[in-house]
Design a protein around this ligand. Structure first.
Ligand code: SF4
Length: 350
């Protein structure tokens, strides 16, 4: 359990555990509900703010517990409206979240992080060059949503409409925090957001995709595919060595059959590496087993990477081929490149 000065982080307790804490103190059970609402619905950062509790109770809570909120460290605004925020965690580590606004569509998406660093070393990704330090807890993921929602309201006069788990880290390796944060985001005691507005992105851990299916989740799943044959995928995403495409496709098909939720493939195109017609044909084959939406993403070169961004011509021809063959395809031009907020660029840089 996370402690600061030996105090317990109260947000790591479930509502049931909180009830027990209050009963042990000789307090009424309903206090747990009040405190829970302060923590998760009203975003209280201090016990002092919990004004419907007696002063004595607030002091007792303060003596025994701490509220480990994330705090804003730096905000960068891109010329295209994208906002990247860096947050300091209670133990001094940093993570980043990105607000991607599309005001014309009334679409405001936050991209959240779920680990400090990442263990998966995908070759094209700046986060993958950092060591994995630890998983975020559910509260630290939830706080990113709360803080960016506030930023969105202040900047655009609109709340967030979508949440993507595509920031730093692999969500399926922070499974407990992932599931608990989504429970909070979707629960009436939290943000009450619809699960279909949430997309979790994975580099492809087949065992965990099956677990999502067995857990009957209601959010969407995105696979960071980026190569449509094992040889190339092994080269750029080492996780593929033990989670080859055949096994991965089996797990995604299982996910689709069990949940019926939307699946998308994220496909970053690299010039003369995975953006040829042969690659497009291989990708097409992977789109036949279950309904899938392909997002083709423009690459943002990072320091030390051998890959280059695909030409417009290659991207257009690649997308046109898929569309001609009835695959739902969207080309996503990068957002926030000037502030290193684009896909694969999050690395806590100054
Ligand atoms: S792409 Fe995702 S899974 Fe791969 S190294 Fe980057 S953060 Fe980790």
């Amino acid at each position: 359990m996370t402690t600061t000065d030996k105090k317990i982080d109260i947000r790591l307790l479930t509502q049931e555990q909180l009830q027990q804490v209050f009963l042990d103190m000789g307090e009424k059970k309903f206090r747990a509900k009040q405190v829970y609402e302060w923590l998760w619905q009203k975003g209280a950062r201090t016990f002092e703010a919990m004004t419907n509790l007696s002063k004595d109770l607030r002091e007792t809570l303060n003596t025994n517990f701490v509220i480990n909120f994330i705090s804003e460290d730096k905000v960068q605004r891109s010329a295209d409206g994208t906002i990247k925020s860096r947050y300091r965690l209670y133990d001094g580590h940093m993570i980043e979240s990105v607000l991607i606004p599309v005001p014309s569509d009334k679409r405001f998406t936050v991209c959240v992080s779920c680990q400090v660093g990442c263990s998966l070393t995908c070759k094209f990704c700046a986060t993958g060059q950092m060591k994995r330090v630890r998983n975020l807890d559910a509260g630290e993921i939830y706080d990113q949503v709360i803080q960016v929602n506030q930023q969105c309201l202040e900047t655009f006069g609109h709340p967030l409409t979508n949440i993507v788990y595509m920031g730093m880290g692999e969500p399926l390796l922070a499974y407990k925090s992932l599931m608990e944060s989504i429970r909070l985001i979707t629960s009436p005691e939290g943000l009450n957001m619809a699960p279909r507005r949430i997309t979790v992105s994975t580099a492809g851990i087949s065992k965990m995709i099956r677990k999502l299916a067995d857990d009957k989740v209601r959010f969407n799943l995105a696979l960071s595919l980026h190569a449509a044959d094992d040889a190339k995928r092994n080269e750029i995403m080492p996780i593929n060595e033990n989670n080859g495409l055949e096994v991965l496709m089996d797990s995604l098909e299982y996910f689709y059959k069990e949940t019926g939720n939307r699946i998308s493939y994220e496909y970053i195109t690299f010039q003369d590496y995975n953006d040829g017609m042969d690659d497009a044909r291989k990708l097409l084959k992977l789109c036949k087993r279950f309904p899938v939406h392909v997002n083709i993403i423009e690459y943002n070169p990072i320091d030390g990477s051998e890959f280059k961004k695909s030409s417009e011509k290659n991207i257009d021809e690649f997308a046109a081929f898929l569309i001609r063959n009835n695959v739902m395809t969207t080309v996503r031009r990068s957002r926030g490149k000037d502030i290193d907020a684009a896909c694969g660029q999050l690395a806590n840089k100054e």
